[in-house]
Design a binder for this molecule. Structure first.
Ligand SMILES: C[S@@+](CC[C@H](N)C(=O)[O-])C[C@H]1O[C@@H](n2cnc3c(N)ncnc32)[C@H](O)[C@@H]1O
Length: 260
């Protein structure tokens, strides 16, 4: 992917890390990333992390949560470089393998992973049905898909407010509804499917983020990232708040098990 096609270039990476913590390109840090796999024991397991970003989550999965091996895949080179450096700095290069891949089918044989994890990355993958089939294929029998993703609450045309927000993000968002996710997972054979709506949590967190962007921290952020860039972010966050308040923008945790 050439630099002018990147969604997560170095400027975006460093801004998001200022908002969400070193190595995190989605909200909630280690606490929220851990909640995605709540109740699952990762010790000794082989984990695929779809959309591994700048790598803090791969380090969390292999480090604190004890996975034997984490394969992180991502489609953009700057985040892949960041993630590899982060894994090396954590002394985990032998257990974390970050791969730059093309969008599309996973380059792994069937039954390769105990857990397929993803945090707020599948929003960039429009075809949830094909994705679900491929996740099922690479999971071992008994293995779990455990993801967080940004969803839209319905299958209709987005409201004007939602469309305005999606356009402002300029990140190729392809949001699907809880119903579409559930059907996509069930149709390929997943059992134990569950979805947990994280809108009530994120709408509070996002209000705090907008306060940071517009309050005393703004001048520091402007010095680091430029006034125009921060003004654009304030505009995007301001457009996000109404659709979080209405519930149309509804991040979810998503689970399903490949039957044994
Ligand atoms: C919002 S970031 C989240 C990164 C990381 N999971 C985190 O929570 O910090 C979304 C990531 O998904 C990646 N991505 C986009 N399309 C993808 C695809 N088809 N396959 C894998 N990763 C993809 C992006 O490059 C980006 O790094």
């Amino acid at each position: 992917m050439s630099d002018n096609e990147l969604h997560y270039d170095n400027q975006v990476i460093h801004f998001l890390e200022d908002m969400w913590g070193d190595g995190f390109l989605s909200p909630g840090g280690a606490e929220e990333a851990t909640l995605v796999v709540e109740g699952l024991d990762l010790r000794g397991k082989t984990v695929l992390d779809i959309g591994s970003g700048s790598g803090a989550i791969a380090v969390l999965l292999a480090g604190t949560l004890g996975a034997k091996k984490v394969i992180g895949i991502d489609v953009e080179e700057p985040v892949v470089n960041e993630a590899r450096q982060r894994a090396a700095a954590a002394g985990l290069s032998d257990r974390i393998d970050i791969q730059l891949v093309e969008p599309g089918p996973f380059p792994f044989p069937e039954n390769s992973f105990d857990i397929v994890y993803s945090k707020d990355s599948i929003i960039h993958i429009p075809d949830k049905e094909t994705l679900s089939r491929d996740v099922y294929r690479v999971l071992r029998p008994g293995g779990w898909f455990a993801a967080s993703d940004w969803l839209i609450s319905h299958d209709n045309t987005p409201s004007p407010e939602m469309q305005d927000y999606i356009t402002a993000e300029d990140l190729d968002f392809a949001m699907a509804s809880p119903g579409r996710y559930t059907r996509a997972l069930a149709d390929v054979g997943f059992s134990q499917i569950s979805l947990r709506n994280r809108n009530p949590w994120y709408r509070e967190v996002a209000a705090g983020e907008l306060n940071r962007l517009t309050g005393p921290e703004r001048s520091k952020l402007e010095q680091a990232h430029g006034e125009t860039f921060i003004a654009d972010q304030v505009s995007t966050w301001s457009k996000m708040m109404p659709v979080l308040k209405s519930g149309e923008h509804c991040p979810h945790h998503i689970r399903g098990q490949k039957p044994s």
